[in-house]
Design a protein around this ligand. Structure first.
Ligand code: FUL
Length: 456
């Protein structure tokens, strides 16, 4: 009897210890990204490509009744797309393999509603295969979007039957086209439909353990990255990587999708006015990548099967502007200061500075031999062990006042944080970490003079 009580007491102790450690695990700063999430966040900028029967029918959402004969590009050339995408600075490509209308861009065995039934290449073509090959040829990672909502497939009415259909489609995509960097699970149109998501993710993970599953916050348990909640290309600051749902926390960085043509994911004739300007794109970049998120820019090849010349030109300008901005990193020209800061000032995001062990604040100082003028800073946190910085300020040393003066401040740094302020001139600048849950680790602290192009 006594022994039974003792056993119960021990079990209680074990249970309490379990709760305590589960509670500690739950703190946002303790949640770590998976290695494939870290690798994906480093890509920063990707594109999503919409090209299907809609392209030929001047529509955004097909209702599933389009005749496959509509799909007939005469100059289909995904290498032309990839050349432009590579030039824009994007690092990965997600192809919409099936949009809501159910038309499949690869020769699937699950339905005849696909390129097989189109006149394109005599029904022998495979858009997914050709796009995947072209992407890799241009050094871009490849992923797919497979719309759960299917307005053509009759099985859609029967959840269990449709699950089998969808899983079979997914298995084809996950086994035929090499490594997938991302799998886009679009929530549009699916309200009220029951899917067996655990099974879908099992199918994907069996063949693609390192693919990022993109989904809205509803799919909390399965998503690796979350939808930003708008298609305007804006991530609200503060942006934290760990989100909480009903008391459970997960590492789920944000991806912001927005089209190059205002509000249009597919190509439409006589639509030149919708092409976004360079300033808008740079502003979008700073409000997504510059706030620690992923930018997913929507591109739409036209009914020839080519990216329109004006889109190609805009992508080129965008890439050139980003490159040009990156060239002006003033931190590279710092002249003195403790050597320990170099890892954050060397322009190499693979090296990082660590604040002293057990510290909850710290600073990185940049010194110059002559005053420099700058209006932007770019700061990157090393996230492999979690997001720890919770408050920081950018400060300059004021000679007349003999004290540090804050020119910008914030809470989250995360993967990347761009701060913008009126131009300031100083010989000494510092990143002041005012609060971090663990010793801060900073990959980069860069200073730039970009002018007012990117208004905020
Ligand atoms: C949305 C879809 O409804 C749009 O057509 C587009 O595919 C966009 C990327 O996602 O949810």
């Amino acid at each position: 009897m006594k022994q039974a009580r003792m056993t119960r007491f021990l079990l209680l102790l074990i249970a309490i210890a379990g709760c305590i450690s589960a509670g500690a695990q739950d703190a946002a700063g303790d949640i770590r990204p998976a290695p494939y999430q870290v690798a994906w966040q480093d890509l920063e900028f990707g594109v999503i490509i919409h090209f299907s029967t809609n392209t030929f029918l001047n529509q955004e959402w097909g209702d599933g009744t389009a005749n496959p004969s509509a799909f007939n590009p005469t100059q289909f050339d995904p290498e032309q797309w990839m050349k432009a995408i590579q030039g824009s600075g994007a690092k990965y490509v997600v192809l919409v393999a099936k949009h809501h209308d159910g038309f499949c861009l690869w020769p699937t065995e699950q339905t005849s509603y696909s390129v097989k039934s189109s006149p394109w290449k005599g029904g022998k073509g495979d858009v997914v295969g050709e796009v995947a090959r072209a992407a890799r040829k241009y050094g871009l990672k490849f992923g797919v979007y497979l719309s759960p909502w299917d307005r053509h497939e009759p099985k859609y009415k029967d959840s269990a039957e449709y699950d089998k259909y969808y899983n079979a489609e997914l298995e084809e995509l996950a086994t035929r086209y090499g490594d997938l960097v991302e799998f886009w699970l679009d929530g549009a149109g699916s309200a009220g439909h029951i899917y067996n998501f655990p099974k879908i993710i099992e199918t994907l993970r069996t063949y693609q353990p390192n693919a990022i599953v993109f989904a809205d916050t509803g799919l909390f348990e399965y998503g690796d990255a979350r939808w930003v909640g708008n298609e305007a290309g804006i991530v609200d600051y503060e942006n934290w990587n760990v989100i909480d749902r009903h008391g459970y926390r997960r590492w789920r960085p944000v991806e912001a999708d927005t089209p190059l043509r205002d509000k249009h994911w597919f190509w439409h004739p006589n639509d030149e006015a919708s092409l976004k300007g360079l300033d808008t794109l740079l502003d979008t970049y700073d409000k997504t990548v510059g706030r620690g998120a992923q930018l997913m820019l929507g591109l739409a090849p036209d009914n020839r099967g080519l990216l329109p010349d004006s889109d190609v030109k805009r992508l080129e300008e965008f890439g050139a502007a980003l490159k040009n901005r990156a060239k002006g990193n003033l931190s590279l020209h710092h002249f003195a200061g403790p050597a320990e800061f170099n890892d954050a000032l060397d322009g190499d995001s693979d090296t990082f500075w660590s604040a002293p062990a057990d510290s909850h604040h710290g600073e990185i100082e940049v010194q110059f031999d002559h005053p420099v003028t700058f209006d932007h800073t770019v700061t990157m946190e090393w996230l492999n062990e979690g997001q720890h910085v919770q408050k920081y300020a950018i400060e300059i040393w004021s000679e007349p006042d003999q004290k540090w003066k804050a020119i910008a401040d914030g809470q989250a740094i995360g993967h990347k944080k761009t701060d913008t302020f009126p131009p300031v001139t100083a010989k000494r600048v510092r990143l002041h970490i005012l609060s971090s849950t663990e010793p801060a680790r900073i990959r980069e602290f860069q200073l730039y003079s970009w002018g007012a192009v990117t208004s905020h």
